[in-house]
Every structure is written in structure tokens, then in C-alpha cells.
Design a protein around this ligand. Structure first.
Ligand code: OAD
Ligand code: ZN
Length: 248
């Protein structure tokens, strides 16, 4: 019923935008942050602070590589929820995905994506504009260069993700806000919607009259603003929405 109604809203909308969080990737085997067994059960958030990286990039990299093997392992693939969003876009029913995730799975599924927290499969030089694949850093570390160095200027390489204490990428954030402002439907998927400034995107959209549809296992702080608040597993709900859109 809600799924049918969301599908109708999407098929009638001129612009639908998806906004995703870690919950869309749990079915791919990547833990989220705030659920039981999530990242914050295993790591202290202060370990993800930029000051920590600055103080000792070598120690930061050593710790991070364990986690990266888990998150970016060969066997990690997009799941049915990523694929449903890519299929909706392919069929002309979805403009783009804005994501807080750094796992790169939306792009792997074929979606166009705005990554407002960066991408952990990439590294960036602290001293120049150079970016490179994570493997560039991994190979250097395996060969004893720690912290890994920029191939162009020798500067320190950092995972190209937003750490606490860092600004969000300005252009990506502006694009995300503009899309939220212009959307007829905002589909918020697998996010606790608690972290700013990302959490304000649903508010920006609803203030401009957009229909907010949330798909998440649990309630969120903006659930009362949502016209549709679907509590369920995104790996089931998103394919169901895609099917329903196709049969509207
Ligand atoms: P959270 O861990 O805060 O929220 C994930 C949400 O997804 C939770 O509400 C879960 O209940 C839900 N969930 C998990 N698996 C699900 C499934 N299969 N189906 C439906 N819902 C599911 O993750 P985010 O909201 O993405 O930022 O967290 C936002 C930011 O907090 C992250 O990007 C990260 C962190 O600080 C940075 O690292 C900069
Ligand atoms: Zn450099």
C-alpha cells in the first residue's frame, strides 16, 4: 500500500532524488555506524578525527587498513537495493543518488552519485590536488612506505573521505542541497538521518513541498515529516518499489 503509493509519487514526479546512508550497504556485508555491531561499537569515533590523522598518519593508516580490507574486499558487491536505484535511474524515474557512504557501491551498481562524505576507494594528497586509487597507498604500505606518499609531490596521502573536524566537499554539498530543493520526491534510504549537515537535506526538500519517503529499519528524527515512513529492509523494499513503479 505504502509501496504502491510511493511508486505512484515517483512515477508522477518530475524529479526524484535518493539520499542514502550506511543502511543500504549492510546487505553487502558492510557494517553501518549506529546499529548494534556497527562501527561505533568497535571503534571510538575520536579515531576518525582529522586531528588524529594529522598527529600520526602512519598509525592512522595501519589501523585503517584492517577496516578497509573488510569494507573494500573483492567480495563486497552492490546489493538489490543499490541495483534497484540504478534501475530506476536507467528507466528515467530517478535523477541521481546523494550518498553519505564512502564504499563506492552506488557507482559500482551504475548509479550517478554525489558522494558528500568522499570515497574510501580513493586517496588524496594533503599537499596537492592529486588523487589515486586506494591500492596505490596499500602497495606502498606493503612495501614499507608508511605513511604512503603522493606520486607527484611526495606529500602525505590520506583516505579521500571526510573525517570528523573536516569540511564536507563544497561543490558536492551545494549540488546536494540544490537537488533537495528542486526535488518533487526525496527518497531517504538506510540512514539514521542524525548527522548534520546531511540530516537537513530532508528538511530542505519538505520545506519546498517535496514528498519525503523514508525507507529504514527504525524511526528517524524526521520521520514525522515523511509522507511515507516505510520500516523494512531496504534490500526488499527498494526492489518492491522499483517493480511497482514499472507497473504503474
Ligand atoms: P547510521 O549507522 O547512523 O544509520 C544507518 C541506518 O540504517 C540505521 O537507522 C539502521 O537502522 C538502518 N539500517 C541498517 N541496515 C538496514 C537495512 N538492511 N534496511 C533498512 N535499514 C537499515 O548510518 P548513516 O546514517 O549513514 O559519517 O550515518 C551517517 C554518517 O555518520 C556516516 O556517513 C558517517 C557517520 O559519522 C562520516 O564518517 C563523516
Ligand atoms: Zn601531492
Amino acid at each position: 500500500e505504502d509501496i504502491t503509493a510511493v511508486a505512484r509519487a515517483i512515477s508522477e514526479a518530475e524529479s526524484t532524488v535518493a539520499f542514502t546512508g550506511a543502511g543500504i550497504s549492510t546487505a553487502s556485508g558492510i557494517p553501518d555506524f549506529r546499529s548494534e555491531g556497527g562501527i561505533w561499537d568497535r571503534y571510538d569515533p575520536s579515531e576518525f578525527h582529522y586531528s588524529k590523522f594529522k598527529a600520526d598518519p602512519a598509525a592512522f593508516w595501519e589501523k585503517r587498513l584492517e577496516l578497509y580490507d573488510e569494507i573494500y574486499g573483492e567480495e563486497i558487491r552492490p546489493n538489490s537495493a543499490h541495483e534497484a536505484l540504478a534501475a530506476l535511474e536507467e528507466a528515467g524515474h530517478l535523477d541521481t543518488v546523494i550518498t553519505q557512504n564512502v564504499d563506492g557501491l552506488h557507482a559500482a551498481a551504475g548509479s550517478s552519485v554525489i558522494e558528500i562524505h568522499g570515497n574510501g576507494q580513493r586517496v588524496a594528497c594533503e599537499s596537492c590536488d592529486r588523487t589515486a586509487p586506494l591500492d596505490t597507498a596499500r602497495e606502498q604500505i606493503e612495501n614499507g612506505t608508511l605513511p604512503p606518499e603522493c606520486p607527484d609531490c611526495g606529500g602525505v596521502l590520506k583516505p579521500d573521505v571526510v573525517l570528523f573536524g573536516e569540511q564536507l566537499p563544497r561543490v558536492a554539498l551545494q549540488q546536494a542541497k540544490r537537488l533537495a530543493r528542486d526535488a518533487d520526491v526525496l527518497l531517504a534510504v538506510g540512514s539514521s538521518l542524525t548527522v548534520e549537515p546531511a540530516a537537513s537535506l530532508p528538511r530542505i526538500a519538505t520545506r519546498k513541498g517535496a514528498t519525503l519517503a523514508i525507507v529504514n529499519l527504525e524511526e528517524t528524527p524526521v520521520s514525522e515529516r515523511a509522507e511515507f515512513d516505510i520500516r523494512g529492509d531496504v534490500a526488499n523494499v527498494l526492489p518492491a518499489i522499483r517493480d511497482a513503479v514499472e507497473s504503474v
